[in-house]
Design a protein around this ligand. Structure first.
Ligand code: EPU
Length: 337
């Protein structure tokens, strides 16, 4: 365990906001974590577990203790004819796990390439991209129950996954720290090619019978062209969730914009927030240090020295403008602290 005081978080959040944590503690194993939880008054101060900092906006210095898990092993623990169970520590970089599974020709998370962040954070919001979601290959989650000070396991079903949602956002709120995630990866998966331009990009490359690696590489190519690299321009991916709307709201929009894009999910209608922002005239819109990314306006970017407060004000302006235009309230996906 390593303890730092008054610790800069600038390189630990992908918006690159220059804030400090009162205390910052690196935890190097699950045993060390349990020891820490047993000996520290967990109610005394704000406690936050920070993974890759890729889905968080700090609006001020953090008055409390940040825990950063640095254990990052992974191993295949069993297999049968169809699949392999792969276990990964919470502190492992998500994309390193994707690269490993693709190299091993194991399918299930190849479309989730290049998502920034840590493995332990992935189940909380059920990360998803290009037609795949974490829940499609997650087997189990191991977490530390903070009040009982015991490690527990949840099955896929018990995690109650939904669109950018899980039990970790609701019932278990704040009373857990994820320590391990287990995946069931397939030896002969059905590849998911029907999202956006995945198939047409494969064709462009002359690939008609793609492998797991081909699909993953195409996703990497699409993301590189469309999304800003957080190491170059601060951002936290999609700032808002894509909203679900009722039939009446949808019909109203369709009357004005017959070509409104939409997806049906769980019997509900989802409209891309990027489209709503674009139609509100805010694609590529910029106010001083903050803007919507020109290629994908759902991503809010820090062009330089923006403070968290500036980014939050900008996001609220986007939300209000979309509300005025469509009477739809965008919910933020990013955690705001
Ligand atoms: N669109 C526009 N204008 C634009 C861009 C997009 O109108 O400038 C519309 C188009 O109709 C397009 C639709 O929005 O078909 C969807 O766009 P895109 O495929 O880029 O995906 P998204 O719905 O905006 C979601 C995830 C992303 C993920 C992509 C790809 C959410 C909140 N975001 O974005 O995840 O990479 O799909 O699967 O669900 C993230 O969560 O941080 C993230 C980047």
């Amino acid at each position: 365990m390593k303890l730092f005081e008054n610790y800069s978080l600038k390189n630990l959040n992908t918006f690159h906001i220059d804030v400090k944590a009162e205390k910052f503690i690196e935890i190097e194993s699950s045993a060390e974590l349990l020891d820490f939880v047993k000996n520290y008054d967990m109610n005394s101060k704000n406690i936050l577990v920070l993974g890759g900092g890729s889905n968080i906006l700090f609006t001020k210095d953090f008055d409390g203790t940040i825990l950063h898990l640095t254990f990052k092993d992974h191993q295949e623990i069993s297999e049968n004819d169809e699949s392999v169970i792969l276990e990964a520590d919470a502190g492992m970089n998500w994309d390193d796990l994707v690269k490993y599974s693709v190299e091993k020709n194991l399918g299930g998370i190849e479309n989730l390439a290049m998502i920034p962040g840590a493995v332990g954070a992935a189940p909380i919001q059920n990360i998803g991209a290009y037609g795949q979601e974490l829940k499609d290959s997650l087997f189990e989650v191991e977490y530390l129950d903070l009040s009982e000070q015991k490690f527990k396991t949840l099955s896929n079903e018990q995690c109650k996954f939904g669109y950018r949602d899980s039990i970790f956002k609701k019932m278990l709120k704040k009373n857990f720290i994820i320590t391990k995630v287990l995946f069931r990866l397939k030896k002969n998966p059905e590849l998911i090619l029907n999202y956006g331009n995945v198939l047409s990009e494969l064709k462009k490359e002359g690939i008609s019978n793609p492998t797991i690696k081909d699909v993953s590489n195409i996703v990497r190519k699409i993301r590189t062209e469309k999304l800003p690299d957080p190491n170059q321009i601060g951002n936290a991916g999609s700032f808002f969730k894509n909203p679900f709307v009722d039939e009446e709201t949808f019909q109203k929009i369709k009357n004005e914009f017959p070509d409104v894009p939409y997806f049906k999910q769980d019997g509900k209608i989802k409209i891309p927030a990027a489209w709503l922002i674009e139609k509100s005239g805010l694609k590529g819109f910029r106010k001083e240090n903050v803007g919507t990314y020109p290629n994908q306006p759902l991503v809010i970017v820090n062009y330089g020295k923006a403070t968290g407060k500036e980014i939050l004000d900008f996001a609220m302006f986007i939300r209000q403008t979309v509300k005025n235009k469509f009477n739809i309230v965008l919910e933020h996906e990013v955690i705001i602290i």
